[in-house]
Design a protein around this ligand. Structure first.
Ligand SMILES: NC(=O)C1=CN([C@@H]2O[C@H](COP(=O)(O)OP(=O)(O)OC[C@H]3O[C@@H](n4cnc5c(N)ncnc54)[C@H](OP(=O)(O)O)[C@@H]3O)[C@@H](O)[C@H]2O)C=CC1
Ligand SMILES: CC[C@](O)(C(C)=O)C(=O)O
Ligand SMILES: [Mg+2]
Ligand SMILES: [Mg+2]
Length: 337
């Protein structure tokens, strides 16, 4: 079995006394900065003036420009959107990436697809939480954590591995388990997971189920509860105890429908198309398309975003959630962005 790394076997000493620059204060940035600070590390946040800058200040952090933070730090963690990293790296980070420093990522996109080429005399590694950033923060505050992958691309100092493990422990991920990978494996599996299952696969499945019910004349509110709201409750059971625990809790009728109807929908043709999606990720087709979409001002991205927000399921859901304030109670107890 793959070796997993947990709290007690990780030595924090290599990271102690180092200054860590968190570049970007968004989903991952705010979580890494706050968790590391509360784990006792010396953190500086590097962002441009604006909303994030003000928020990081309000959260009690030491906040500087990207260039200033990169200049004074030993470890520079780039937590900007993937498509912005190359430009900010070249203009504001590379000039200060001197011998023996460490350049970090939470996703290998820019290294794997050759967008960022760091000098040979620095450490380059990633610590990639398998979780949205807001849950990296929320679980840490709750005394728990989310799993993370770590990978070493360059080990100029001989300390890269120890630094990566200590960093992962600092954000709370060693409470859930850390697993070693490569930049290539992390990048390809992360892109595949979010496209095929976690984001793309799930949202399309929900919408198809909702639309099927509504088009057949059923009430939209009922369709929302059936295909979206209850999905979280079902996934919670799968998360807690695997598919068996979910199947223990649902009725035998539901379990039988699960076995006979699931494969009628998610059949061999879906898996064949998943393999095509994976091939596009592996050969760089997806990355090339995403980079081009950004270079041309995101015309398709903006269209998809607008259509997504206007979908009936979002309108119906917003109204129903207003009547369920408890849904956001967990969020309010924790200071999150
Ligand atoms: N989102 C997630 O949960 C996960 C993300 N990752 C990876 O983590 C990295 C960060 O992603 P994510 O947290 O989603 O990023 P976000 O989109 O949340 O990052 C936004 C932050 O970047 C800042 N920013 C954007 N452009 C610039 C710029 N030109 N100069 C300075 N600051 C800028 C924003 O500042 P402002 O407010 O001024 O716009 C904001 O602070 C990516 O590599 C991603 O793949 C990995 C695992 C999960
Ligand atoms: C599932 C999406 C993700 O990969 C993540 C939260 O892990 C991301 O890029 O945001
Ligand atoms: Mg991911
Ligand atoms: Mg991702």
């Amino acid at each position: 079995m793959t070796k997993m790394y947990y709290q007690n076997e990780i030595n924090e000493a290599p990271l102690q006394g180092k200054k860590i620059a968190i570049i970007g204060y968004g989903s991952q940035g705010h979580a890494h900065a706050l968790n590391l600070k509360e784990s006792g590390y010396d953190v500086v946040v590097g962002v441009r003036p604006g909303k994030s800058f003000d928020q990081a200040k309000e959260d009690g952090l030491d906040v500087k420009s990207v260039a200033e933070a990169a200049q004074e730090a030993d470890i520079i963690q780039i937590l900007l959107p993937d498509e912005r990293q190359k430009q900010v790296y070249e203009a504001e980070i590379a000039p200060y990436l001197t011998t023996g420093k460490a350049l970090m990522f939470a996703h290998g996109f820019n290294i794997n697809y050759g967008q960022i080429v760091p000098p040979a005399d620095v450490d380059v590694f990633l610590v990639a939480p398998k979780s949205p950033g807001h849950l990296v923060r929320r679980t840490y505050v709750q005394g728990a954590g989310v799993p993370a992958l770590f990978a070493i691309y360059q080990d100029a100092t001989g300390q890269a591995r120890d630094l990566a493990l200590a960093y992962g422990k600092g954000i709370g991920s060693a409470r859930a388990g850390m697993l070693e990978t490569t930049f290539k494996e992390e990048t390809e599996t992360d892109l595949f997971g979010e496209q095929a299952v976690l984001c793309g696969g799930t949202t399309e499945l929900i919408k198809a189920g909702f639309e099927t019910l509504v088009e057949a004349g059923y009430q939209p509110e009922l369709a929302y509860f059936e295909t979206l709201h209850e999905l979280k409750l079902i996934v919670d059971l799968i998360y807690e105890g695997g598919m068996e625990t979910m199947r223990y809790s649902v009725s035998d009728t539901a379990e039988w429908g699960d076995y006979v109807t699931g494969p009628r929908l998610i059949d061999a043709s879906v898996k064949a198309r998943m393999k095509e999606v994976l091939a596009d990720i592996q050969d760089g087709t997806f990355a090339k398309d995403w980079i081009k979409e950004n270079e041309t001002g995101r015309p398709r991205y903006n269209e998809y975003k607008k259509a997504g927000a206007e979908h009936q399921i979002e309108q119906v859901g917003a109204k129903l959630r207003e009547m369920m304030p408890f849904i956001n109670e967990g969020k309010k107890k924790v200071v999150i962005k």
